[in-house]
Design a binder for this molecule. Sequence first.
Ligand code: GLU
Ligand code: ZN
Length: 500
Amino acid sequence: MSVRVRYAPSPTGQQHIGGIRTALFNYFFARAGGGTFILRVEDTDRERSTPDALEDLYATLTWLGVEYDEGPGMDGGYGPYVQSERKQIYREKADELVITGKAYPCFCTSERLDALRKEQKAARKNIGYDRHCREISPDEAAARIEAGEKHVIRLKVPLEGKTVFEDILLGQTGRKNKDINPDPVMLKTDGFPTYHLANVVDDHLMKITHIMRAQEWIPSGPLHVLIYNAFGWAPPAYCHLPMVMGKDGQKLSKRHGSTTVSEFRKAGYLPEALVNYVSLLGWSYDDSREFFSKNDLCELFSLEKINKSPAVFDYRKLDWFNGQYIRMKNPEILKTDLLPILMSDGIISDPPSPEQIDIFNGAFPIIRERLKLLNDITPMLRFLFADPGIGNAEDAIPKKMDAAGAAVALKAGLELLSAATEPPVVGDEDACAAWDEERDADFRRAAEEKEWKIGAMLQPLRLAVTASKVSPPLFPAIRLLGLKESLKRTERLITALENM
Ligand code: GLU
Ligand code: ZN
């Protein structure tokens, strides 16, 4: 039997970490077993589904490189399964359940149900629907439907017994039938199915072998099994994935930081890094290996290695992965990721001038070693393309020093740089490295003589040259900017400090 799995999101919001973890696990499981991965859009909740969420879903999967194998448009066009386009199927299936006596039409008005809810609330007994229409005879029901009376279709949940299901990860779970929501709606008055009916019908019709989804769906498990039973179908295997938590042990949420894929994407994360890191949320290959490309995961993923215990989302670890993937990336391709960021941030023109490209290429080898996020490029390189001004002069003053002291330290730096040889041209790597080392030695010697900390000399100089606390290493930054301009900016900051 070959594996058939699906990712079945409801397009009611942006794709988030938990969702794509489900998508990736299903996708890798299918690939590793030579199976089929299906995308199914569960948009039967018409009020909550939005076109933006749908667009975000497709954009996210494309960005991550998750391709689905099957869909109604696959022969001619291309498209996943979309439940709102399959309304007729669910309607027929709901009717089938009515005919076999497993479900029944309910004619209760919303006024009646509201009153019932209020009554139960007052009595502190929120037991739900009172099965008012369960015993209406099939003939009477048929007549009322014929007469055009509005109705929903409800499942006849058995009044006794227990419904259990087997979870690959968690073992057997179940619930007494009397504790299951009394006779939940399968088909709404507008003819749309509820999530439960559409989900079960599709999993059966699409011959899904394994349901891998978030643990929040465990409570729906027994009800779904009852629906399978009502149709006389066998349920697929279940595997509910461990929760994703923040470091404080609470379910991952906005409070912890970004959670939607689009936020990570905008912040300059690479899809390779996100795929790798998210795949380790609840899965591991062995105790040591951390790096997995998408192709590796398509080979190595297995259900046996999914953990039961909750996974912790560590933003710093993701940043670390991202930095590693930036450095693993082909340099020319990386450049094509970075240049548009500088353009859209207004640091360089669109298209860039040949001069700007030269400056960028000169700085590239240095910043490549330092980037954690692609977007770090802007604060790092701004100083090279335009005069950033003085910035916040306070930032130039080292701890335990005042403005006058910082000015003195900066003057000493100015002297050293004025005496330095002209920096070598970009591209002559050995000569550049030698120049940087000479400066480093000069500054260390001077700091020692004057009994300053080296940081007290470098901090004001960094601010003078770049007007920023984040920048490439200082001496390469000075070399890239040119000695003349660096001296000019240094003098300017000295004056500002002296006048503070
Ligand atoms: N539409 C459900 C969701 O949004 C699918 C749950 C399932 O995978 O069965 O998560
Ligand atoms: Zn009713």
